[in-house]
Design a protein around this ligand. Structure first.
Ligand code: NAP
Length: 536
């Protein structure tokens, strides 16, 4: 395969960018050779990418066709073979060097995230933090987790049994736009530490963070093209990726997750899915009001509410309603909505017009059916055409769209409840099960409630960061919110095929000829009884 792009194909349009934007792209610009182009005969189709923050064109990037995907995977497979044979301590050294490179370049990376996604800088920093923490965790722990392990064999002493973790090969990753750095890099790093190569398809709206990751990895010394990025629509590239990958890691909507699950099932390859949610928070009667109000604001509106684990429902005990609601609303109304790269902004514009329409549709539908707007409820066009105020609703009923559908924007509904039991049953009354939170002064009660919540993560006295940041523990969804996990041991081992090697010593297993089948069965039977009797 040859790389056919020249720098002129990239056609960066710097004119409308501010100085800082130019600096970020200058330092982490995708080089022509970083962009997958596979057909030397045809000119690549260029797609214009627009900034969600400034509305200016960032650049034109080449897309690839579905028919070209196989070539990218062939290249990945070749590179992957050498990588799988690389000592895990060398992999660790290179991934730690990637962490150092990311930390050094983090300001430029923040610019790129904000620029293509529109989120506020504080939320963008959470992505850098997450990638650094995840990469460090897997760099430091992969050797221990993936070391071959000896376990009890079929016949005590005579069978020596070992479990090996074999890299899958090429892992295809399909990621969304809402956390363009985290969801491109963190899953990839785990797969890389497990000895795989990567082909990543980022969301078409946010390819630059993914390309920045590639640049940073290669600058840190990871093999060129161990991590490849293909740009194009999911509908076109998804099928060919599944056709060629040894494992698929998908993050996105439950609807797309189902499509990919069907295709991966047909291909009999492993599939991991982190999907949508309608996350809920419980404010118990004894909750610490000010802390809970501050935590709820962060949990509802980080990344403009375009966070899979953000809260869209809050169930508040009637005894604390009159204290919690004003404290929460005061903070919501104080939030700074800006389209800027300044650290002072609390919330930024939404990613695109479709997201704005979805939020507006949920609000309008609810209001038409009797809901009340307690805060926000509209755009602020002086800031941006997609700058939506953080919005709080109450009097929401089951016939309203916002009641059960994921909004994925800066919109939360408040519900008054009479008891913990009622709160729990309402939290669980959804097909989703991604994240949840309970605020209470009584940790014992909160913990006993947590185990009854049907969600993959439950935060006590926090909204999402406590569980998400606990990277030694798995994170994933119940019900329609996902399959499998990221983080922890589970998030690494899934990128391997688990193999058992059993070595039999002295005698094979089976009836010795001189003893005969019947006597042999008697020996085995005596052994089974002894096991039961002496609890062996
Ligand atoms: P989406 O439509 O499912 O898109 C996500 C990715 O899938 C994009 O790269 C998209 O590519 C690609 N895609 C779309 N159709 C495809 C197909 N038929 N085959 C293969 N790939 C396909 O998701 P979204 O609505 O943009 O993202 C928001 C959703 O993601 C929300 O529901 C949110 O809760 C969820 N999410 C979940 C997590 C989690 O960890 N659980 C994290 C973040 C987001 P193109 O758009 O480029 O075509």
């Amino acid at each position: 395969m040859t790389d056919t792009l020249s720098s002129k194909n990239l056609a960066f349009k710097f004119a409308q960018l501010d100085k800082r934007g130019r600096r970020a792209l200058d330092s982490l610009a995708p080089r022509p050779q970083d962009l997958c182009s596979t057909n030397p005969q045809s000119e690549p189709v260029m797609e214009s990418k627009t900034s969600a923050l400034t509305d200016s064109v960032i650049a034109e990037l080449p897309t690839i066709k579905g028919s070209d995907v196989a070539v990218v995977f062939d290249r990945a497979r070749e590179i992957g073979k050498a990588w799988a044979a690389t000592d895990i301590r060398e992999r660790k050294r290179l991934v730690l060097s990637f962490v150092d490179t990311l930390l050094k370049e983090y300001e430029a990376v923040l610019d790129i995230i904000q620029w293509e996604n529109g989120k506020n800088r504080g939320s963008a920093y959470e992505e850098v933090y997450d990638v650094a923490m995840n990469s460090r965790y897997y760099a430091l722990h992969a050797e221990r987790i993936l070391r071959s392990k000896s376990v009890a064999g079929a016949v005590p002493v005579l069978t020596k049994t070992q479990i090996n973790f074999v890299p899958k090969g090429v892992v295809g990753i399909i990621s969304p736009w809402n956390y363009p750095l985290t969801l491109a890099a963190s899953d990839a790093i785990a797969a890389i530490m497990a000895g795989n190569s990567i082909v990543l398809k980022p969301d078409s709206q946010t390819p630059f963070s993914a390309l920045a990751i590639k640049a940073l990895m290669e600058r840190a010394g990871l093999p060129r093209n161990l991590f490849q990025v293909v740009i194009g629509s999911g509908r076109e590239l998804g099928g060919p990726m599944i056709e060629n990958a040894n494992y698929i890691m998908f993050t996105g909507s439950s609807q797309t997750g189902r499509t990919i699950a069907r295709q991966s099932g047909e291909k009999l390859i492993g599939f991991s899915a982190e999907l949508g949610g309608k996350n809920a928070m419980i404010i118990r009667a004894d909750a610490p009001v000010e802390r809970a109000a501050a935590g709820a604001v962060k949990a509802c509106f980080s990344s403009s509410g375009q966070l899979c684990i953000s809260m869209e429902r809050i169930y508040i005990h009637k005894d604390i309603w009159d204290r919690f609601v004003p404290a929460f609303l005061k903070r919501v109304k104080e939030m700074k909505l800006e389209a800027s790269m300044d650290w002072k902004a609390d919330i930024g514009p939404l990613i695109n017009d479709a997201q704005v329409e979805k939020v507006a549709e949920h609000i309008n539908d609810a209001v038409a059916k009797g809901a009340k707007v307690l805060a926000g409820g509209h755009l602020v066009p002086e800031v941006s055409n997609r700058a939506f105020l953080p919005t709080v609703l109450t009097d929401v009923t089951p016939d309203m769209k916002v009641f059960g559908e994921e909004t994925f924007g800066p919109l939360v509904s408040l519900y008054k409840v009479d008891s913990d039991e009622q709160a729990l049953s309402l939290v669980n009354a959804t097909n989703y099960g991604l994240n949840s939170a309970i605020w209470s002064d009584d940790l014992k009660i909160a913990q006993s409630m947590a185990i009854r919540v049907e969600a993959g993560t439950v935060n006590i006295n926090d909204g999402y960061a406590a569980a998400w940041g606990s990277i030694h523990a798995p994170s994933g969804g119940f019900k329609d919110s996902g399959l499998s996990h990221r983080h922890g041991v589970e998030g690494l081992v899934k990128y391997t095929d688990v193999q058992t090697v059993a070595t039999q010593r002295l005698m094979h297993i089976g009836a010795p000829k001189w003893l005969g089948e019947k006597a042999w069965a008697k020996v085995l039977h005596t052994y089974l009884r002894a096991q039961r009797r002496f609890d062996l």
